[in-house]
Design a protein around this ligand. Structure first.
Ligand SMILES: CCCCCCCCCCCC(=O)SCCNC(=O)CCNC(=O)[C@H](O)C(C)(C)COP(=O)(O)OP(=O)(O)OC[C@H]1O[C@@H](n2cnc3c(N)ncnc32)[C@H](O)[C@@H]1OP(=O)(O)O
Length: 226
């Protein structure tokens, strides 16, 4: 099959354009697969993130943003049940206990599950800014194996904001909040409008989430300013 010329990327690896990909089109459902991978380093004009005046106080539990969320929801028996707390500024801490249902290798947490824990913790930062945002890019490092039964002590902070782009980083330690780092990640979240969910999500769940009489729950389901 004929291929286009290889192109250099910001990671230094070669990217091979594939035939038939859309170019120059963006959107929640048709972001071009050939789009570059912008840096996780904030641009020079990025600003410091601002904590919303109504953000929960440091030490306060954030609670699940959505009952059916695989990361933090209470309604899924095999979910992570990750519990995040507000910290100072735009930062959070969180804990996740690795269950047998989260294994990859025998007795060890699956890497994708650990990435989910990092993603969920990073995503919860948006509630402190009252922004609606989704993960655009998540780069993870796995430094130590994490046994079943371990508590992963996570911390995350938002480092910069540039337009719709939100830069943040997280790490997870085992053996205690000051134990060795087992996993870490850097992420780029992209701010979206509420219609990102209403137009792309399955209608049953969207309707159910929107019709909850508890408006704070509705706001948190979509991480939006009530
Ligand atoms: C009920 C649930 C509640 C959910 C409430 C939140 C709970 C959090 C839960 C954990 C988090 C998740 O799992 S979120 C779920 C996983 N993520 C997703 O499903 C996202 C899927 N992707 C998309 O829908 C789309 O690609 C978007 C929205 C991210 C971007 O599309 P867009 O809105 O058209 O924006 P676009 O113009 O392409 O890009 C805007 C700027 O961002 C940059 N940009 C865009 N995407 C990327 C990317 N992947 N990597 C790097 N950079 C990117 C562009 O270069 C551009 O920079 P410049 O040119 O301006 O410089």
């Amino acid at each position: 099959m004929a291929r286009g010329p290889a192109q250099a990327t910001d990671t230094g690896r070669e990217r091979i354009p594939r035939k038939g990909r859309v170019s120059g089109v963006s959107g929640a459902t048709n972001r071009p697969e050939s789009a570059g991978r912008p840096s996780l380093t904030p641009p020079p004009d990025a600003t410091a993130p601002a904590r919303h005046p109504d953000a929960p106080a440091p030490g306060e539990l954030l609670g699940a943003h959505y009952d059916q969320c695989f990361g933090c929801g209470e309604g899924l028996p095999h979910g992570l049940h990750l519990a995040a707390r507000a910290d100072e500024g735009v930062s959070v801490t969180a804990e996740f206990t690795v269950q047998p249902a989260h294994q990859g290798a025998p007795g060890l947490a699956h890497g994708g599950v650990l990435a989910t824990a990092l993603d969920e913790t990073l995503g919860s930062l948006n509630w402190l800014r009252r922004a609606i945002a989704v993960t655009g890019r998540l780069e993870s490092d796995f430094l130590r194996p994490v046994p079943v039964g371990s508590v992963l002590y996570l911390s995350a902070r938002c480092t910069a904001v540039a337009g719709r782009k939100i830069y943040s980083s997280a790490e997870g330690r085992i053996g205690g909040p000051d134990g060795p780092v087992a996993v870490r990640a850097e992420a780029l979240f992209i701010e979206v409008k509420l219609d990102h969910f209403t137009q792309n999500g399955r209608p049953e769940e969207i309707r159910a989430a929107m019709s909850d009489p508890d408006q704070v729950k509705v706001a948190r389901a979509f991480e939006v300013n009530p």
